[in-house]
Design a protein around this ligand. Structure first.
Ligand code: FEO
Length: 170
């Protein structure tokens, strides 16, 4: 079955969102690295790689479905942050935007009776629940553990332990 023009455009736009997310997490990782947050740096480097795999999933799907996928330019991500907490808040906001866009695509696929894309998007719907929960849980840590230097160090260590444990399963 052929993708509708609307679906094709939405999937192509999503390639841009995932590419921007990858770039933005790369910038966050780099900021963490130079700021001395080793755990957070490795966490966000991995997160950046993960977003690239999301982007690739969509590129391949679009091409398999007659595409073509178009690779967009990406914006320049912010290169500095007030604090690790601000950085994670920005990450959560970004994921919330991505979730909205994915839900929009699900609605388009339902309207189009496009079962292939609907099934393809299911993985992304679940992934977004995990990603948002991940950042929300991390943000709670600042309330629970604190915001002084020792507390931030604890949170940074926690991020180091989560770097590989959070890899996507699909
Ligand atoms: Fe691929 Fe984190 O959205």
């Amino acid at each position: 079955m052929k993708l509708s023009l609307k679906m094709k455009k939405a999937l192509n736009d999503q390639i841009g969102l995932e590419a921007n997310a990858s770039n933005s997490y790369l910038a966050m990782a780099s900021w963490c690295e130079v700021t001395g947050y080793e755990g957070a740096a490795s966490y966000f480097y991995a997160q950046s790689d993960e977003e690239r795999t999301h982007m690739l999933k969509i590129v391949h799907y679009l091409n398999d479905m007659g595409g073509p996928a178009t690779i967009p330019a990406t914006g320049t991500p912010s290169s500095s942050y007030k604090s690790l907490e601000t950085l994670i808040k920005t990450a959560l906001k970004n994921e919330q935007l991505v979730t909205k866009a994915i839900h929009k695509m699900v609605e388009i696929s339902q309207k189009d009776k496009d079962h292939s894309t609907y099934a393809f998007l299911e993985w992304f719907v679940n992934e977004q629940v995990q990603e948002e929960t991940k950042f929300e849980t991390l943000l709670q840590k600042f309330d629970l553990i604190g915001r002084d230097k020792l507390a931030i160090n604890e949170i940074d260590k926690l991020l180091a332990t989560q770097t590989t444990a959070e890899e996507p399963t699909a």
